[in-house]
Ligand binder design. Structure first.
Ligand code: CP
Length: 302
């Protein structure tokens, strides 16, 4: 990638991924409060975020770096009609690295082509969310002791879910078996499914969640994302397709963990939260260590 940017999880080889996960474990054990002391990181969020923005900002602060940027592009000159090209060109003259979330598919790739400094894609439309993917992999590794030969159920919005697209692609490196659970309208896009086929891995498609729970190692729940639907009626038809309740986990494997990139709306009932198999809040915490690792690696400091 130009400038070391991280735009898609497919920019990283299996070795690259394992290196970042090792580094994340290092930062989890060993704080390094001065590593970024000479660095200025721009955090540009053109779309709302809680975990990604705040865990990046936590990671930057914990490594001693400084942050510029905006959480709402209407407070920037984008509001006056400035192009993404000019915005990125200019900010890349101020900062050592840019973390960017944007509603348009492909915007991070475009930014990486005009920027003078590395771009980290913090989510571009329905396309990719590679740093979420990396923290998902770290969470799977921590809870299962391995990334190899696992059976994962991806549940919910597989069509627009950028976290699903990135994780499905990454898991092709680790001989994953896929259970794809979604309404017909929200099936995994053909292009993403092709990665599973190219890797010759087993996958099955389902509309019922119950039937996959007993034999999987990870349930990866996702929100049906109202903001991605052009037709509000289509959203209304599918919005409550899946609700995972605690009792549904009674027959699950001992090692099962329930993950979710969050935010959740109602697809995981709150009665699951006290179940030791619920892992979504720890998963979000892991994002700090993984983002510390990505910042350090992309800036060639580790
Ligand atoms: N997982 C995730 O991207 O969450 P936020 O939208 O809160 O950043």
């Amino acid at each position: 990638m130009k400038n070391n940017s991280l735009v898609s999880i497919t920019d990283y080889s299996k070795e690259d991924i394992l290196h970042i996960l090792d580094l994340a474990a290092h930062f989890e054990r060993t704080p390094e409060p001065t590593l970024l002391q000479d660095k200025v990181i721009a955090s540009l969020f053109f779309e709302p975020s809680t975990r990604t923005r705040l865990s990046f900002e936590t990671a930057i602060q914990r490594l001693g770096g400084r942050i510029i940027g905006f959480t709402d592009s209407s407070s920037s000159s984008v509001k006056k009609g400035e192009s993404l090209r000019d915005t990125i060109t200019n900010i890349s003259l101020y900062a050592d690295l840019i973390v960017m979330r944007h509603p348009l598919d492909g915007s991070a790739r475009f930014a990486s082509e005009v920027s003078h400094v590395p771009i980290i894609n913090a989510g571009d439309g329905a396309n990719q969310h590679p740093t979420q993917c990396m923290l998902d992999l770290y969470s799977i590794l921590k809870t299962q002791g391995t990334l190899e030969n696992l059976k994962i159920a991806f549940v919910g919005d597989l069509k627009y879910g950028r976290t699903v697209h990135s994780l499905v692609q990454a898991m092709t490196q680790f001989n994953c078996t896929y259970r794809l659970v979604s309404p017909i309208e929200l099936k995994l896009p053909r292009g993403v499914k092709q990665h599973i086929k190219d890797a010759n891995l087993e996958y099955t498609q389902h509309t019922e969640l119950d039937e996959v729970i007993p034999d999987v190692d990870i349930i990866y729940m996702t929100r049906i994302q109202r903001e991605r639907f052009a037709d509000p009626l289509e959203y209304e038809r599918v919005k409550n397709s899946y609700v995972l309740r605690n009792a549904m986990l009674d027959k699950s494997k001992d090692n099962l963990r329930v993950m979710h990139p969050l935010p959740r709306v109602n697809e995981i009932s709150e009665d699951v939260d006290a179940n030791p198999k619920a892992y979504y809040f720890q998963q979000a915490l892991n994002g700090v260590y993984v983002r510390e690792a990505l910042l350090a690696s992309i800036l060639n400091l580790k």
